[in-house]
Design a protein around this ligand. Structure first.
Ligand code: PMP
Length: 361
């Protein structure tokens, strides 16, 4: 049985070394006589795993000591709603930069709990561009500014961290965290669903600055308060221990592969291979995203004739590729190129794309 070339947007490919290690440790993890899933999260072994996992992440991202690391649940979507409850007072306002379907949803979910103002949007270009920074109408009184550095559906990425002055910047990094080195100190809060660059779904990683945790709490349930999670090692209730374990193995794998600088170099190379193939196809394939904002993680493309879509998908599947179908909201194709997608997989994909174009051009 051979593994497919997996370009899924999420849940997405995990590093093969991580899966093999998990497989080897499945029946007897760390000398415990049980799998990691079968042990108490409060036991010594798991507590050690949790601490070691956090240490590794802190090393990878060089996280300053005035930030807490949380391992939460609920998917990024739940935190769209929970973030305003925690960071803004009742009746408060927050600014949202809307550059795609996820940031739009973040704003609309937040609107139940805060005056979520759209300070900038590129919806008029169908989210194929980033709104130019000088056109953002930021409110200096906002509790925070929220943006999505990488919009997964179009593959639209900020290649620089926007300057928003003294208002804390909150970033949904679900689809680009750990893809490159990052200056964490520029952010008030970073959060990410795990199922792309971290591990399996069901886990949300959050990095949050202490002063944001110290904001006066609203009268919300304890389980919803980040400060409570921080004070209780993210164990207010039973956490996703399996996800936490796989995240730890993934962080270890990234370190062994050379850390985030190595990931960034590989990801730049991989995405350039796909975009060069698209751009060099004489219009057979097209990517309409503003050049300077093309994503290194999700390369979307359409075929010059939509009638070829189903053939592209059927032939690519027969050739061993999975996950290339674009998001239903925009159609076309999308190759997600997260850390665990090897350069060899991308080489195979671009070869297939060239062959397909030659056969059907
Ligand atoms: N934000 C971004 C950027 C995403 O790509 C996704 C999809 N995984 C989400 C939010 C929603 O994540 P979840 O399904 O984990 O709630």
């Amino acid at each position: 049985m051979s593994r497919a070339w997996n370009f899924s947007a999420g849940p997405a490919a995990l590093a093969e070394a991580v899966l093999k290690r998990a497989q080897a440790e499945m029946l007897d993890w760390n000398g415990s006589g049980a799998s990691v899933m079968e042990l108490s999260h409060r036991g010594k072994r798991f507590m050690e795993l949790a601490a070691a996992t956090e240490r590794r992440l802190r090393r990878l991202l060089d996280i300053p000591s005035n930030y807490k690391v949380l391992f939460l649940q609920g998917g990024a979507t739940q935190h769209f709603a929970q973030i305003p409850m925690n960071l803004a007072p009742e009746g408060g306002t927050a600014d949202y930069i809307v550059t795609g379907i996820f940031s739009k949803k973040a704003a609309s979910e937040a609107a139940f709990h805060v005056d979520a103002r759209v300070a900038a949007t590129s919806e008029s270009t169908d989210f194929l561009t980033l709104p130019p920074r000088p056109a953002w109408r930021l409110n200096p009184q906002a509790s925070y500014v929220h943006y999505t550095p990488n919009e997964t559906i179009r593959g639209l990425e900020f290649h620089e961290i926007p300057d928003v002055g003294d208002v804390p910047l909150v970033a949904d990094m679900s689809s680009n965290i750990l893809g490159a080195p990052l200056d964490v100190s520029r952010f008030g809060m970073i959060y990410a669903g795990a199922q792309k660059n971290i591990g399996p779904s069901g886990l949300v990683l959050m990095i949050v600055r202490d002063d944001l945790l110290a904001r006066p709490p609203r009268p919300i349930a304890k389980i919803l308060r980040y400060a409570e999670q921080a004070a209780n090692d993210s164990m207010l209730n039973t956490p996703n221990t399996w996800g936490w374990y796989l995240a730890g193995l993934t962080f270890e794998w990234i370190e062994q592969e050379g850390g985030l600088a190595a990931m960034a170099e590989r990801n730049a190379r991989k995405s350039a291979m796909v975009y060069d193939t698209i751009d060099g196809s004489n219009g057979f394939y097209r990517n309409d995203v503003e050049r300077a904002a093309r994503s290194r993680m999700n390369a979307s493309f359409v075929l010059h004739d939509g009638a070829l879509d189903s053939m592209f998908l059927a032939e690519s599947e027969a050739a061993g590729f999975i996950g290339l179908k674009g998001h239903k909201a925009v159609g076309g194709m999308r190759a997600s190129l997260y850390n665990a997608v090897s350069p060899a997989a991308v080489e195979a994909l671009v070869q297939f794309m060239r062959d397909f174009a030659a056969r059907h051009g």
